[in-house]
Design a protein around this ligand. Sequence first.
Ligand code: BES
Ligand code: MN
Ligand code: ZN
Length: 496
Amino acid sequence: MKLTVVTGNLTQRREPIVLGVAESGGLPPWAGGWSPAVRRAVGQLLSAKRFQGKLNETFLLPLGSQWLILVGVGKKEELTLDRLRQAAATAARRALSARFEKFARGLLPIAGATPEQSAQAAAEGTLLGLYRYDELKNPSPPEKKNQIKEVVMVVGAAKDAASARKGIRQGELIAGAVCWTRDMVNRPSNRLTPTAMAAEAKAAARRFGFRCQVLDPVDMKRLGMNAVLAVARGSKEPARFIVLEYKGPGARQKRPIVWLGKGITFDSGGISIKPADKMEQMKYDMSGGAAVLGALRAVAALKLSVHVVGLVPATENLPGGSAQKPGDVIRAYGGRTIEVINTDAEGRLVLSDALGYAKRFKPEAMVDLATLTGACVVALGYHAMGLMGTNGKLIDQVKQAASRSGERAWELPLWAEYGEAIRSDVADVKNVGDGKAGTITAGYFLKEFAGETPWVHLDIAGVAWTDSDKGYLNKGATGVGVRLLVELARQWKGLR
Ligand code: BES
Ligand code: MN
Ligand code: ZN
């Protein structure tokens, strides 16, 4: 699909036109330039409340030989880049279901945002909204195929056209990375094994120009990554530890930011096995790792001037005959010992090795993403990831990146008292708490391995998967974390 920009007047276009309408009552501000017939038709819809402009509401309005796709953007004073991104997705989906091959749209001004940023958000929304995971379906019937070949953005002033093109280009690169991440997460675990995930990383590294090294179980044994290996014992699929590095042109940082992502390609729970209901969804337990891969791809494609390292411990968690057992004690990378009370708390195990290994890069900061706890879904539902960390400046920058990207994060405390729940009688720590504040005790466990290095943990268990289409999210993997990390890298200010 092509996203193009032309300078001109939207009212003169012949193809279907998407119009954003704010929820206000009365005619929207764009109505002035349109013919009396258009103004009357839209005015009637609004006064009859058949269309109100609520966020993501749509109305397909035929006018002679012209089609209008009205899309609600919510209250005008509440319009943000993220709402624009959502409305762009909803409109594109409506155009798709109407089987239009092409449509035109304008560029809504957003308070506090540049035309470039608005164009980027619109491009992201359009591409993410039209995403489908269909690689395993036999050739889909023509009516289900993506028929949209071109979206024309019409801007009034020539100077805005250049900004819009720049924004769209960036939106395309970012959406491309998010869709790649979604594909990996949606892909079943018999196809996206740890080995396959590492192969994806290698291919992307070659294509987008960053470094990729893949450690196998022999390397991991030599290094002492016993926590990843302990989780991998129950499976015949060999574990992989993926190491990525991108150093952008003119990157002035002396020390890298390290991004870490949980890469459990399937989580059965292991010997502490999960119930069968919804277990198939546990293919998404590598969402954090896939987000790290996607973010590395995006910052490399955008050629950002940053130095980033990505670490993804990838393995299955299965209950095979050699599986680790409750009560086992393992020695993680760096020497600390862990008593494994519950083999289903495996994410924190693989991340303990990764956090230890990260120190090799002398990071300025570490940010990990993990579908770590069901408790996070209880605490925050599907609307925000849990955020915990040890450094105020890093926490602030991650929060800002979260709000700029629309990938919401909400902070939870890591007070020392929570650490008491993970003290072990026989080892340095145990891998589960006392059943209360499960997201925090998991975060606290990671903090023990992060040590003095500034660190933030993002629990994405509630937001990495969605059961229905909404805005730019489609049923299945959301690709959450990629855009947040890209924003963090774009605006990285250092910690001093
Ligand atoms: N991958 C799960 C967490 C999860 C649950 C993610 C539901 C998404 C949806 C994780 O490995 C896990 O099993 N955590 C346990 C921890 C418990 C044993 C302390 C959990 O949340 O139940
Ligand atoms: Mn688990
Ligand atoms: Zn898990």
